[in-house]
Design a protein around this ligand. Sequence first.
Ligand SMILES: [Fe+2]
Ligand SMILES: [Fe+2]
Length: 186
Amino acid sequence: MNEVTAFETVQKALKPIRYEHTVRVTEEATRLVGIYGGNLEKIRLAAILHDYAKHRPIIEMRRKVQTCDKLPNAMLDYGDEILHSFVGAVFIEEELFITDETILSCIRSHTTGKVSMSLEEKIVFLADYIEPGRTFRQAEEVRKISDENLDLACLTALGNTIQYLSNKQLPIYPDTFAAYNDFVLR
Ligand SMILES: [Fe+2]
Ligand SMILES: [Fe+2]
């Protein structure tokens, strides 16, 4: 799939405000590739498609988890916010026929992070966290760090996410802890 088709596809699938976020994530990811390298074509396609499933009915995403062998049922216990990443990667494979694992894994891990993140996964994860529409203080801080140190920026974003969720006494998906520990122990 080329970029023009990908943008057209998500424009139809997303509300305008989410589409605008997608455009900014793609621009931010491109900026990060300029600093850190990585496969620009795959990273941009992953960024364009990363929120493809964001507006799917929760019931549809939960049903997909229950029926798809690739998706562990345990993820249903960790809040609906994470579902669009994991289920989105499955929908993108099934509906848009994208099978490239680099692209799919960037989409899958963009909310939670994961252990041993690739350069491409780090860039999409971070671009989603720091795109200019994210105006909270922590995003500004991570944006500054992202100019200098990609791993430290990811670690800081993950730490912020863990803190935010624990302050609200919300469940934290194990992949997020795994990613956090992975970056800390490097
Ligand atoms: Fe997302
Ligand atoms: Fe996003």
